[in-house]
Structures are given as C-alpha cells and as structure tokens.
Design a protein. Structure first.
Length: 175
C-alpha cells in the first residue's frame, strides 16, 4: 500500500476520495489538540494530507443509516513524513494513544519492560525533545515520529525490547 508506495500508490499523485462514518472521518482529519484526535489521525497524517470535503446526511441513503457520512480526500504526501517502517510507527503511536487522558509518557512507557520504564522513557523523551507531560491528543505528527525514531534507535542497542508485550503474563520471559 500507501506507506510503501506499492500497487496503485506507486505514483505520488494517486488521491483517494472515500466515504466514512462521520465520526471516523472527523478522527482521520482531526487537528492537534482536537477532541477527535487519535491514533487514526496521526497514522493518516504521516502519509497523506486528509481533507474533509463534505458531509452527506444519513437520510440521503436507502435504506437510511442511523449515521451521517463524511467524504474525505486523502492526498498522498510527495515525501512521507518518515522513512521508518509502518509497523514500528504504528506500534509506537498505538502505545502513545493507549492511555489518552494520561500523560503521553505513560502510554509510551508500555513499550518498555518495567525495569527500564521510568528511566529509559524519560531519556527517550529528552532525546526526542518532546514534553512528556502532554496528553497524546496534544502531540503533533512530528513529535510522534520523533518518539518513534528514538524508540527505533533504542532497539538497536536493546533489540530484545522489540518483543516485549506489557499485556503478557508477568511470569512470561522477554525473548
């Protein structure tokens, strides 16, 4: 797909105009600090410029759905905002947004084993030059990507951390 510039997305001028449930369309296009800002917002905005074109009321369809529809144009960026692999960016952003109302360091910290969590999280935020007391929805795409970059660099020195899953049973070993 789009993140790897394969298939229909080999060309950088392949735009998509898609319909989504209105709430999903709002999330895709949500600005920094917006009520709807979420993981989907950041991931969409790393590789595209999403533009909300218009809303179609549910009553325009047969059978009539219970929701309105948002029409979103996704314009691929000529240069993606990162060269990091999609799975790594997605993992970091997923963790950052896992605790939406907490400081972003809490969600980011779940990428790391408990024995490293506090110290390494603080160091990585300092290296990324991101304030660790922001909420996830207050982070820009660029700040999320800087956190993904420093996490990627951390994995070079501690590759076993990539397999860490904070949801695994406490007695499970890190591979």
């Amino acid at each position: 797909g789009l993140s790897c510039r394969r298939g229909a997305f080999r060309r950088i001028d392949t735009c998509m105009t898609l319909t989504f449930q209105k709430e999903v369309a709002d999330r895709i296009c949500a600005p920094v600090g917006g009520e709807q800002r979420c993981r989907l917002s950041v991931m969409s905005q790393v590789w595209t410029e999403p533009v909300m074109k218009f809303t179609i009321p549910g009553k325009a369809f047969v059978p009539k759905p219970q929701v309105d529809v948002g029409v979103v144009k996704l314009i691929p960026l000529k240069r993606p905002k990162t060269q990091l692999p999609f799975p790594l960016v997605e993992r970091v952003v997923r963790h950052i947004f896992s605790m939406r109302q907490k400081y972003c360091r809490r969600g980011f910290g779940t990428l790391l084993p408990p024995e490293d969590r506090e110290d390494v999280t603080q160091k990585l935020f300092q290296r990324a030059e991101v304030q660790d007391t922001l909420r996830s929805f207050e982070l820009t795409v660029e700040q999320c990507l800087r956190l993904a970059e420093v996490y990627s660099e951390h994995l070079v020195t501690r590759p076993e951390v990539a397999a860490y899953d904070y949801r695994a049973p406490k007695n499970a070993e890190v591979l």
